[in-house]
Design a protein around this ligand. Structure first.
Ligand code: BGC
Length: 520
């Protein structure tokens, strides 16, 4: 029995032992549970990270621009150029006649004005030409175009333009009351079917413009009427695309300039073409051997273009689906939005960006300048990326590794864009026999006599986005090869689209050559 008799202390000890054991087991179980939770969370988060990396990988693969693929784009560009020159509607490349059959020579004299409409900003310029090729120093005034004017009535837009010009002329030394008609160059950066160097009808709007009543209407006429309403004694001497203005200024400074490219809100190129190669216009009454052709390359399309699901969605949701396909992969209006779409996909597939931000669903919430700023953020903690994600996309507290991912997305999207522009440029060079490929049979590329060839470039993506510019140059070298690439120079023109229009107004002024070509 004795052994059954326990003292209070003994009972207490036994109880204590059980309690301790119980607590220990409990702690162990809890620890296991916590560990399991942590491990589970880690496994889940690793899975999510893997999914996000998968999204990135897929993006990289579908944006792939190997030099082989770029060469296919080059060929497709040259083929489409031929087709667009052969017949009206023969290609998605419109290859529009500009009726600009001579470019400024440097002997232009006088005071000329220009209006430059087409991107995010609107510019008014005055250029004084001294008759000698010199460094032009135009007076320029720039202002953003109020958004409501881009989609309202054409009369309101042209009245706004005329008022700005009226103010600008008033500020200068020129008398507004002068009986001498001032000559004006009008840069209008949209597809226009020209009927002469100073007239043409709008085919369609691009970029953020959509003024319905203007499509199919005479553009210079609409401006001329607004000038009259404002009491301005001015004549629209030339109506030109921004690429054409850029080519004019490019040629003014460098006689080897054969083409001009704009890479800004939109993208496009023009070049000097032989008259006999413009088959669709054999009835052209011109004494000149060539003419500037506005390619409207923003609308270029080829199955060789590396297209992603994001491009397809962007296009489908745009106001102009199936249009401007090349532009939607390249220009400033769209790059930021492609990146937004990728971040949205990642955010929906994982929580690395926290709960999905409503801002990510807003089209164009991320503009290209902000995207470029993230791409070029070289701070160790990527503070600019964090700031933009927070301030613009409402995504706070993004861990560093997710910020790095965002930089990578920007890189993939920008690299593809810049390399496609390079392919487009080489496409033009190929069409006019300046890519070093003619006469290649029998000789190595290094044997070819290649003439120095200059391309004038303008637009913020090229001038203000260093990485874009570097990728473009790199791809030019890859496609052309080092030997040929050495003969191709890219010249940046400043305000070329506007200043070039003033130069063309000078060379086509009523005292000068005027409209001397037309369709037979
Ligand atoms: C327009 C072109 C213009 C280009 C660059 C495109 O959207 O269609 O006419 O040259 O943008 O401004």
């Amino acid at each position: 029995m004795g052994c059954l008799i326990r003292t209070d202390k003994g009972i207490l000890a036994v109880l204590m032992g059980k309690v301790v054991l119980g607590v220990a087991v409990g702690v162990a179980v809890a620890a296991c549970a916590v560990a399991a939770l942590v491990v589970g969370r880690r496994v889940r988060s690793r899975k999510k990270w893997k999914r996000v990396v998968g999204v990135l990988k897929e993006l990289e693969e579908s944006c792939e621009t190997t030099v082989g693929r770029l060469r296919q784009v080059v060929d497709a560009m040259a083929v489409e150029m031929h087709a667009g020159l052969a017949s009206e509607g023969g290609s998605k490349l419109k290859m529009l006649l500009t009726f600009v059959d001579n470019l400024p020579s440097g002997s232009e004299k006088g005071n000329f004005y220009a209006l430059d409409l087409g991107g995010t900003n609107f510019r008014v310029l005055r250029v004084e030409l001294g008759g000698q090729r010199s460094n032009l120093d135009p007076d320029v005034e720039q202002q953003p175009i109020p958004e409501q004017l881009m989609t309202g009535r054409s009369e309101d837009l042209f009245d706004f333009i005329a008022s700005s010009l009226h103010r600008f002329v008033g500020k200068g030394n020129d008398s507004m009351q002068s009986s001498i008609t001032k000559e004006l160059g009008f840069t209008f950066s949209f597809p226009v079917k020209q009927t002469s160097v100073s007239s043409g009808v709008l085919i369609k709007w691009t970029k953020a413009f959509a003024i319905k009543d203007m499509v199919g209407k005479e553009v210079a006429g609409a401006l001329q009427q607004a000038l009259v309403r404002k009491g301005l004694n001015m004549r629209v001497a030339v109506l030109v695309n921004d690429t054409v203005g850029t080519l004019a200024l490019g040629r003014y400074h460098d006689a080897d300039t054969v083409a001009a490219v704009i890479i800004g809100t939109g993208t496009n190129a023009c070049y000097w073409e032989r008259t006999d190669a413009i088959i669709k216009c054999q009835g052209l009454l011109t004494t000149s051997s060539g003419m500037v052709v506005n390619m409207e390359w923003g609308n270029f399309w080829s199955s060789h273009l590396p297209r992603t699901s994001y491009d397809i969605e962007l296009d489908a949701e745009s106001p102009n689906p199936n249009d401007q396909g090349f532009e939607k992969m390249i220009s400033g209006m769209y790059l930021g939005d492609i990146v937004r779409r990728v971040i949205l996909r990642m955010s929906e597939e994982s929580d690395i960006f926290g709960p999905v931000s409503a801002r990510l669903y807003v089209p164009f919430a991320l503009r290209t300048p902000a995207m470029a700023a993230m791409h070029e953020d070289d701070s160790p903690e990527l503070t600019e990326v964090a700031r933009i994600l927070n301030n613009i996309l409402d995504i706070p507290d993004v861990p560093r590794k997710a910020r790095k991912l965002v930089v990578k997305i920007c890189d993939v999207v920008t690299r593809r864009a810049a390399r496609l522009v390079a392919a487009g440029i080489v496409g033009i060079l190929k069409k006019i026999g300046r890519d070093g490929s003619s006469g290649i049979s029998g000789g190595s590329r290094s044997d070819i006599k290649m003439r120095r060839t200059a391309v004038a470039v303008e637009g913020s993506l090229y001038t203000q986005y260093t990485t874009f510019r570097e990728y473009l140059h790199e791809a030019l070298h890859e496609i052309l090869g080092e030997v040929i690439a050495r003969h191709v120079v890219i010249n940046v023109t400043e305000d070329g689209s506007g200043t070039g229009a003033a130069l063309l107004a000078a060379s086509h002024s009523s005292s000068g050559s005027a409209d001397n070509i037309q369709l037979a």
